[in-house]
Design a protein around this ligand. Structure first.
Ligand code: NOJ
Ligand code: CA
Length: 695
């Protein structure tokens, strides 16, 4: 092994890595994961198509699967290719997260590079790069600079994944506008995304094909788990996976710009996002994996100490309960100066770092359902009953930050026009984070939330905000693809069916299995602004036909299980005041040095323990679906030779997500590393536990 110049450069960037010299390879080059279990082979079939095969311990996971592209004004790039160059190299590395689930991430893989050229007249060249890790594989296409090919207008990417088993699959439809669907559990052969069209509670939805959105997770007969997704989605269209239920083939279905009649337009040279397959012997290993971050580029923002992980309360749930509203015309405006100050007082008294105020700015009178939303929202001008500067100053006095809110109503051009001024205002007021929103069908028509045009808009918000030291928490976002590594101000996002759905109409609520599925699907992509913490599950007197279908103890457990460096305590303050269980929310950390996934099965249950950043304090969350169960846990993660005060917030004997959701109890005892505990989770229940070293 030779220490390269890049080694020295990486060390100065806080990254440790070393690479071996490239090896020359045979005609069907292979790369193997460091543990020897996963391998990828690239070959060219009889028609001259590039194809790849993935094996795990000799078993074929992905049978030979072809690759290629269709273009608008050029012939398909698919057949008649020959390999002109190939090499393989190994990498061992480690990098530090500025915030995250753990302090250090290991980045060990073998890489395979293949260049191929059309033998025919067009003579175009395309490159493939695979990275093979212990926890899965990633590959991408690279379009190198070449004579006679300046720009590619891609109609479709033809990446195939030929499965070898009819896996049990947890999927949401391949909606081009929204990820806010419930998961369905079915074999691949029974996936019917079209049946999910026209959901009544979605302000924008478009499902044109039998396709799924990613991450999509599967379990095989042997217990092996796979999850398909993409990493580093940059200047490209989001990828759905089209499903052939007969041949069990998945293939890339790019979100189109119907306005322009293509999916992606790029000037050469460029690279596609990484197509990623997580591979795990057991479900819990999926959550431990940081493959998606390893497939992204290192931090480009430098010192990001201005990004603050925090808990927050807000003027938010009261709108979803219809207790108050975003707009003023209704006569029950929620974002008043007085209400904001009340929230600041509560936050200050309870060690909560920030207050989100929605509905503070003008424009809400022409929001959902109005076709012409361009130029309506104003991101600078508060309603007359809200003293923005006064509220911010009051928060400063009390040590509480305001979290800004920008609902764009899916009119991104209006937002882009005001972006600079809006972020400059925030910077002047020292507001360090904004929750953005994109409710409704996109303007202009023919663009979709997950297409290239919007991928670039969401990225622009992140990079522009970074210039003003602002973190972004996007709702109705583009999916998380690990961009938080490169731009750590992409602090969290929605991109799933969040807590808000529990307050929506008849088909709104999330069933108890929802979060035990989310932990093994959406959460693999990155932090989730789920907004946990509902203590009053039945939602009376505001929405008495709706409810939150978990116990109170599960709502507490979500602070640990569903990862985000910003965590809302979303319920009305009145339900928190003097509530003994609120102590867990006061105590729980939001930034971590270590994460252990203790047990779990997709859609059933999961337990996760995390160690607070820079401390020996641990927090544990366990959640279950509609089935009550008892989970044994050995406290192996605790630091040795230390006595800990363990406080459990658990379901009472008679707790039940529907019959008795609020029944909980608090137990406190002393424990040490290696002690065994048993958690009794009610139907739809959970357990939240803090461990503090005894003083
Ligand atoms: C949808 C978001 O998910 C929700 O949190 C927000 O309150 C509304 N949009 C209004 O912006
Ligand atoms: Ca939403």
């Amino acid at each position: 092994m030779r220490i390269t110049r890049s080694f020295l450069l990486l060390v100065t960037a806080g990254v440790l890595a070393w690479s071996c010299n490239p090896n020359e390879l045979s005609d069907s080059p292979t790369a193997v994961s460091p543990d020897g279990k996963n391998s990828v082979t690239v070959s060219v079939n009889a028609e001259g198509q590039l194809q790849y095969t993935v094996l795990r311990e000799g078993d074929t996971l992905i049978a030979p699967s072809t690759l290629g592209f269709m273009f608008k004004d050029a012939p398909e790039l698919s057949k008649g290719l020959e390999v002109t160059k190939r090499y393989q190299m190994s990498n061992k590395g480690k990098w530090e997260m500025p915030w995250g689930e753990q302090k250090y991430v290991e980045d060990n893989y073998q890489e395979l590079f293949v260049a191929a050229k059309e033998t025919g007249e067009a003579g175009r060249t395309i490159h493939l790069r695979f990275k093979v890790y212990d926890d899965g594989i990633g590959f991408r296409y690279e379009f190198p600079k070449q004579p006679g090919w300046e720009e590619a207008t891609i109609l479709e990417e033809n990446t195939h994944f030929q499965l070898t088993e009819d896996y049990t699959t947890w999927w949401i439809p391949g909606d081009w506008d929204i990820y806010e669907h419930l998961y369905t559990t079915s074999p691949i052969s029974k996936i019917n995304a079209i049946s999910k069209q026209n959901h009544p509670n979605l302000a924008a939805t478009y499902i044109p094909q039998n396709a799924v959105n990613t991450p999509v997770t599967m379990r095989g007969e042997s217990g092996l788990h796979l999850s398909f997704h993409e990493a580093n989605l940059t200047d490209y269209a989001g990828m759905t996976l089209k499903v052939d239920t007969t041949t069990l083939t998945l293939s890339s279905g790019l979100v189109q710009s119907e306005r322009n009649g293509y999916a992606v337009k790029r000037r050469l040279p460029f690279e596609t996002p990484w197509r990623m397959i997580q591979i795990a012997d057991k479900a819990t290993d999926l959550i431990k994996s940081r493959l998606i971050l390893n497939l992204n580029e290192p931090n480009k923002l430098g010192d990001v100490s201005w990004i603050k992980p925090t808990k927050y309360v807000g003027i938010w749930w009261e709108m979803h309960l219809a207790k108050s509203s975003w707009d003023v015309a209704s006569g029950k405006h929620g974002a008043t100066t007085e209400n904001a100050k009340k929230h600041i007082d509560f936050a200050a008294q309870n060690g909560i770092g920030a207050v989100l105020v929605e509905g503070w700015n003008t424009g809400w009178e022409r929001w959902i359902g109005f076709p012409d939303r361009e130029g309506v929202f104003d991101f600078i001008t508060p309603y007359s009953d809200y003293d923005l500067e006064g509220v911010v100053a009051y928060g400063k006095e009390k040590g509480v930050d305001i979290m800004m809110h920008h609902e764009t109503s899916a009119a991104p051009r209006t937002y882009e026009q005001q972006m600079d001024t809006a972020y400059a205002l925030m910077q002047r007021l020292e507001i360090g984070a904004v929750k953005t929103g994109y409710v409704g069908p996109l303007i202009p028509e023919g663009e979709y939330h997950h297409g290239q045009w919007m991928v670039n808009h969401y990225r622009k918000a992140i990079t522009e905000a970074a210039k003003h030291n602002i973190a972004i928490n996007a709702h109705e976002p583009i999916k998380a693809t690990g961009i938080r590594r490169t731009y750590p101000n992409a602090i969290s996002r929605e991109g799933l069916r969040g807590q808000e759905f529990n307050a929506f109409g008849a088909e709104g609520g999330n069933p108890p299995e929802h979060l035990p599925i989310v932990a093994f699907t959406r959460m693999l992509a990155g932090p989730i602004d789920f907004t946990p913490g509902v203590f009053h599950q039945k939602l009376t007197p505001y929405k008495d036909k709706n409810q939150v279908s978990t116990t109170l103890a599960q709502q507490l457990a979500l602070y640990v299980v569903i990862y985000s460096p910003i965590q809302m305590a979303c319920d009305l303050l009145v339900y928190y005041e003097d509530h003994p269980a609120f102590q867990f929310i006061r105590d729980v950390a939001v930034d971590w040095d270590d994460t252990r996934v203790l047990n779990g099965e997709v859609g059933e249950y999961v337990s996760i323990a995390r160690r607070e950043k820079g401390s020996d304090n641990w927090f544990l969350g366990a959640i279950t679906n509609e089935n009550a169960r008892e989970i044994p846990i050995t406290l192996n993660f605790l630091k040795g030779e230390t006595t800990f005060i363990m406080t459990q917030y658990v379901d009472a004997e008679d707790a039940h997500w529907d019959d008795n959701p609020g029944a909980y109890k608090i137990n406190t005892m002393e424990v040490k590393k290696g002690d065994e505990i048993s958690l009794k989770l009610a139907a739809g229940g959970g357990a939240a536990i803090s461990f503090f070293p005894k003083k």
